[in-house]
Write a protein that binds this ligand. Structure first.
Ligand SMILES: Cc1cc2nc3c(=O)[nH]c(=O)nc-3n(C[C@H](O)[C@H](O)[C@H](O)COP(=O)(O)OP(=O)(O)OC[C@H]3O[C@@H](n4cnc5c(N)ncnc54)[C@H](O)[C@@H]3O)c2cc1C
Length: 468
């Protein structure tokens, strides 16, 4: 063994850092400062924080003290009842306390603008996004003398008949084994591992772009290590959270969320989805996933000049690349590389179906009920004819934000085996835990990292101090 820590936390995102801080706070309170903790982090100090570093970290909260309306009901309905309701209920119950605790670390929360021009539920944001939370937590953790071992990649758990005895890691100097008796896995999903993605997804996974550099770090070792120890899988392994991004941009989260005000066509120049079915926060994930079923896994969002009259339209644009502009449909088709005759037919059919809305009360910031008539696929809201040239268009692909498949935990963040018994000394929090099925209940993933990270930290502290 090269070194020993009583508790090892894997990953320095919101879940791992919340774990480490709650853990050290608990130990200090109990007068057990001799219990040692280390955080293992694959990336460098500058890049620490995984996906948590790159997110705006929208939180499904009405305010600091109140989760959004129908929080539990939404999460259970979106998963069609498959999410573990006990986990969802404790998440809702402890979210205000977690925000209060983050506020004590210096994080402020506000209702800032979001990428959604229409939303069914409010979102509260930490000022400075996930990066601000990561930096505050990491500084606080280090101020307690907890070591964060950067550029140290966890590989697997060393287990003997009595329980966990260590972890195997990869470092710049080569492989090493570090002794420990308690491990908290907070290393995210497997969005950064093409082999695992291909194992579970039917799509050409090389076309699935990670939405940020943070996701590239999450290669699934935590999940594989826990499964190898007999952990129970949870979450929908063959699904993931998706967003529509402009493939020309190198920006993180280069989204284009303006398609409700235009049309989406595929490489054949044909529409394939209802672009205005509901508020965009309810539809963008499903619509992004449909791109994967289209030729070349690419779509094009086509709007006219009316889109630039929508208040704050720029909030819906994460891309830093200007749209393709064209005075005519033929020119647009040529610039996008689409068949001109098919695109002209699509635009004519759509404009005919939307013609009656030319004088309608267009309400871009709420569902306006201005549907297209007699067209398939339908367009249920915001179906204005596209006539104010020049046209503008953005290519779009489906990006992966995080994977859904993970490991099962109980409400104490203890990893469960396949007979629902806690595996002694093994805890997990955040994206690595499987909770989601079907439709992602937006703005809950960061939140659950903080909530269940705190719980994992307190319980790992008690376990290592011999009180668990
Ligand atoms: C652009 C973007 C926007 C998002 N928007 C939102 C949003 O608005 N609201 C929301 O709730 N969620 C959002 N999410 C999702 C959310 O940010 C994540 O699900 C959440 O932050 C995950 O936290 P985590 O701590 O579990 O994982 P991460 O933050 O990914 O941290 C995992 C850490 O583990 C490290 N690691 C991985 N493998 C190893 C290993 N083998 N050894 C050592 N270290 C390892 C990684 O380097 C990383 O630092 C978004 C994500 C992205 C990328």
């Amino acid at each position: 063994m090269e070194g020993h820590y009583d508790i090892i936390v894997v990953g320095a995102g919101v879940a791992g850092l919340s774990t480490a801080l709650a853990c050290v706070e608990q130990l200090v309170e109990a007068g057990a400062e001799d219990v040692s903790i280390a955080v293992l982090e694959r990336s460098s100090r500058e890049m620490r924080g995984g996906s948590s570093r790159w997110t705006g970290a929208y939180l499904r909260m009405a305010d600091n003290n109140t989760v959004s309306e129908h929080f539990v009901e939404d999460m259970m309905a979106f998963s069609e009842g498959y999410s573990d309701e006990k986990i969802v209920r404790r998440l809702a119950a402890e979210a205000p306390a977690a925000l209060d605790w983050l506020a004590q670390q210096g994080v402020a929360f506000e209702h800032l603008p979001t990428i959604f021009l229409t939303a069914a539920r409010p979102r509260l944001l930490p000022v400075g996004g996930g990066k601000a939370v990561v930096e505050r937590l990491a500084d606080k953790v280090e101020s307690y003398g907890v070591e964060i071992l950067y550029e140290t990649a966890f590989q697997h758990i060393v287990y003997e008949s009595g329980g966990i005895v260590g972890v195997q890691v990869g470092t710049q100097q080569g492989p090493a084994t570090i002794g420990t008796k308690a491990v908290v896995l907070a290393s995210g999903g497997f969005e950064g591992n093409p082999e695992m993605l291909a194992r579970y997804f039917p799509h050409p996974v090389h076309r699935l772009r990670n939405i940020s550099p943070g996701g590239e770090q999450n290669k699934g070792e935590g999940i594989e290590a826990a499964l190898a120890l007999g952990a129970k899988p949870a979450g929908e392994y063959n699904s993931f959270h998706a967003e529509p991004v402009d493939p020309r941009s190198r920006m993180p989260e280069a989204v284009v969320m303006l398609f409700p005000y235009g049309i989406l066509v595929n490489k054949l120049g044909e529409r394939f989805v209802d672009e205005g079915e509901d508020s965009i926060d309810e539809t963008y994930e499903r619509i992004s996933r449909t791109f994967l079923t289209q030729p070349g896994q690419t779509a094009y969002c086509i709007c006219d000049q009316q889109v630039f009259e929508i208040p704050n339209y720029h909030h819906a644009l994460g891309t830093d690349v200007e749209p393709v502009t064209a005075a005519t449909v033929e020119e647009l088709a040529e610039k996008l590389g689409l068949p001109a005759a098919a695109l002209s037919r699509t635009m004519e059919d759509y404009n005919r179906a939307a013609a009656h809305n030319a004088t309608a009360d267009f309400q871009p910031l709420r569902k306006d009920g201005n549907a297209a008539r007699g067209i398939a696929p339908a367009k249920s809201n915001w179906a204005m004819p596209l006539t104010k040239t020049p046209y503008v268009a953005w290519p779009l692909v489906c990006s992966i934000v995080f994977t859904y498949g993970g490991i099962a935990t109980d409400t104490e963040s203890r990893v469960l085996d396949r007979d629902d018994r806690p595996i002694p000394g093994l805890y997990a929090a955040g994206e690595i835990t499987g909770l989601y099925y079907g439709k992602y209940p937006g703005a809950t993933s960061f939140l659950r990292g903080a909530v269940y990270g705190r719980i994992a930290g307190r319980n790992a502290a008690d376990f290592a101090a011999g009180r668990g």
